[in-house]
Structure formats: structure tokens, C-alpha cells
Design a protein around this ligand. Structure first.
Ligand code: GRF
Length: 216
């Protein structure tokens, strides 16, 4: 791997299937990035095993060990910055982040959210899309800003909502798309195709539309 590869730290709380997709992609000979650390707020997060198998440095910082969000976030910053990443990737990290944390990584932290933002910010997105009678649902990769699930969108992939879909069916189809667009987004950032300026996302120097680059 080139020593110029973008250094990425991934934050997880759960199963880590997106982390695994990123690990696999980063092992491709042409990958322009490497994962230098994985941080979890839960010791039981299944994703830690993916990191272990790939011999990636990992650390657990349990939010319950801290009196407040500020102290927890400062401990995370110390751990993350110890790895000196160029990019912080939230992959199913289930804690609300303080403004100080977000500001510290502004323009160099991304998240993946399982909906076609700005629709369905927050939790339980698949059931809410079904209940709303949406014809399409999907996933969005976006830069993180202090407002939840509201940062400029980089990439968005949509899938059809089928008649009789259960939330779990829809979630599985969306997750398959997540595993494509998250590695692609990280590649594009590593290749400087995507950039962040004055709270907007740019692709090849052109400001992206509000829904980002569309796939699917
Ligand atoms: C994904 O649905 C992602 O969009 C959301 O959390 C879930 C994480 O899944 N932010 P996994 O842990 O990557 O399997």
C-alpha cells in the first residue's frame, strides 16, 4: 500500500457490516485509503471482530464510564487523534455527538444513514418509509455537521419499496447498497474527487446538488 493512502478511522457500535465492506475494499490493490483504527463505544460490538481479523488497531471507550457527553467525546478525540486520521467514518455509531466533537472533525467526518435524506432522519427509517407509502427508499452518505443527519450529501443510492416488504426485507436491500456507496465515497474523498467547502460537498470541483450524487 502506498504511504500516501488516506488514513481512515472507523467508529462503530454494532455489527459492523459497513466496516467489513470498507475493510474488504481497502485491501484491494488499487485502494487509495487504509483503515488505521477502529473505535467502538461497546465492548460487545460485533464489528470489533472484523477489525481483529484484519489486524487493525482497535479501542473501546464505553460511554457509560463518563459523567457526560463532553467528557466522553474528549476521550474519543484523544483516541482518534492518536491515530492521526485524515478521515473519520461513522459506521453505525449510535451516540449523539457534541458540537465540539463535530466541529473538531468538520469537513473530515462522514456518516451513512439508511434513508434518502432529508427524508427520515433519525431512527426506524425502514418502517417509517413503508408506513409513509414511499415508492423508493435508500441510503445517504453525508458530511457530519452539528445538526443530526443534516450535513451535505455526497452519495445517495435508492432501492424500490416492494409490496408486502417488511422493514427487515427493505433494510437488507438498503444495506447491500450501503456496502457499495460507503467504500465508493471513501475512495472519492481519498482521490480528492469529493471535497468539503463552506458547508457544501463538491464533486470534481462542482457543487453537488442537495441530494448528492445519485446511484440506483
Ligand atoms: C446501517 O444501517 C447504517 O446506515 C446505520 O447503522 C447501520 C449500521 O450497520 N448508520 P452495520 O453495523 O454497518 O452493519
Amino acid at each position: 500500500m502506498s504511504h500516501k493512502a488516506l488514513k481512515v478511522v472507523v467508529l462503530i457500535s454494532g455489527g459492523g457490516s459497513n466496516l467489513q465492506a470498507l475493510i474488504q475494499d481497502s485491501h484491494a490493490p488499487d485502494a487509495p485509503y487504509e483503515i488505521v483504527g477502529v473505535l467502538s463505544n461497546r465492548q460487545q460490538a460485533g464489528g470489533l471482530q472484523h477489525a481483529q481479523r484484519a489486524s487493525i488497531a482497535q479501542q473501546v471507550i464505553n460511554h457509560q464510564d463518563f459523567n457526560d457527553r463532553e467528557q466522553f467525546d474528549q476521550a474519543m478525540i484523544a483516541a482518534i487523534d492518536g491515530w492521526q486520521p485524515d478521515l473519520v467514518v461513522l459506521a453505525g455509531f449510535m451516540r449523539i455527538l457534541t458540537d465540539d466533537f463535530v466541529t473538531h472533525y468538520l469537513g473530515r467526518m462522514i456518516n451513512i444513514h439508511p434513508s434518502l435524506l432529508p427524508k427520515f432522519a433519525g431512527l426506524d427509517t425502514h418502517q417509517r418509509a413503508i408506513d409513509a407509502g414511499e415508492s423508493h427508499h435508500g441510503a445517504s452518505v453525508h458530511y457530519v455537521i452539528p445538526e443530526l443527519d443534516a450535513g451535505p450529501i455526497i452519495l445517495q443510492a435508492s432501492v424500490e419499496v416492494k409490496a408486502n416488504d417488511q422493514a427487515s426485507d427493505l433494510a437488507a436491500r438498503v444495506l447491500t447498497m450501503e456496502h457499495k456507496i460507503y467504500p465508493l465515497s471513501v475512495r472519492w474523498i481519498a482521490e480528492n474527487k469529493i471535497s468539503f467547502k463552506e458547508n457544501c460537498a463538491y464533486l470534481d470541483g462542482e457543487r453537488l446538488p442537495a441530494h448528492g450524487y445519485q446511484i440506483g
